[in-house]
Design a protein around this ligand. Sequence first.
Ligand SMILES: NC(=O)c1ccc[n+]([C@@H]2O[C@H](COP(=O)([O-])OP(=O)(O)OC[C@H]3O[C@@H](n4cnc5c(N)ncnc54)[C@H](OP(=O)(O)O)[C@@H]3O)[C@@H](O)[C@H]2O)c1
Length: 216
Amino acid sequence: MTTVGILGGTGPAGSGVAIRMASAGYDVVLGSREPSRAAEVAKGLTPRGSGSVSGAANEDAASCDLVIVSTPWDSAVATTKALREQLANKIVISMVNALVREGKELIPVYPPRGSMAAQLAFALPESTIVGAFHHLPADQMLDLDSGLDGDVVIFSDDDAARQRVADLVDEMPGLRGIVAGSMSLASAIEAFTGVCISLNIRHKVHSYVKLGGFKD
Ligand SMILES: NC(=O)c1ccc[n+]([C@@H]2O[C@H](COP(=O)([O-])OP(=O)(O)OC[C@H]3O[C@@H](n4cnc5c(N)ncnc54)[C@H](OP(=O)(O)O)[C@@H]3O)[C@@H](O)[C@H]2O)c1
């Protein structure tokens, strides 16, 4: 069975993905700059099903079969670049959004290559970058009883990799994976997260994205 590592997995976003991946039967390693913190966070997560969540260093998480980047946007490139060798020839999922808070809004910031996924693709030329999980509210992901029924919009320039991630997302409770297309969509998908979070702040809700019109 594929193992999944999450860089920066001690944060709410990475932990939320971890508990649902483990509930789909995967063994997940939360990565951290401080392994003892990751072990502590992992202890607090109780997945349902046969998978597991453990905590370790980011280096250990990067050694898993599939790796997710869940650090703040301004540390994602440095974190992954340092692990370039371990990440080579693997699917690396970016859930990173470049956003800054201004009052009640989260405003998108555009890195030089237009999106964080493109920045990571440039930093990791031997890896296959797939974008996913951008629009999910971490607290709903963390609570397996939250009733979450959300869509995960997925993009990559690699057709097989994006389909593999969509299939994996479909196994996670409360989520449906939908391939949107290529990396050309990355900046729009990442920036839309700013809209999602601004809606949540303004309306005091934990909304999530669900696309109509698809057949189940
Ligand atoms: N929060 C959400 O609802 C949500 C939803 C979808 C996507 N996202 C995206 O997912 C990413 C993580 O979100 P989050 O809310 O979980 O963020 P976070 O809590 O601020 O950070 C996640 C983890 O990143 C590590 N980290 C922090 N500063 C770092 C640095 N300078 N260098 C290396 N690692 C560092 C920390 O782990 P250690 O200290 O243990 O190393 C931290 O626990 C963001 O890019 C965000 O845009 C968030």
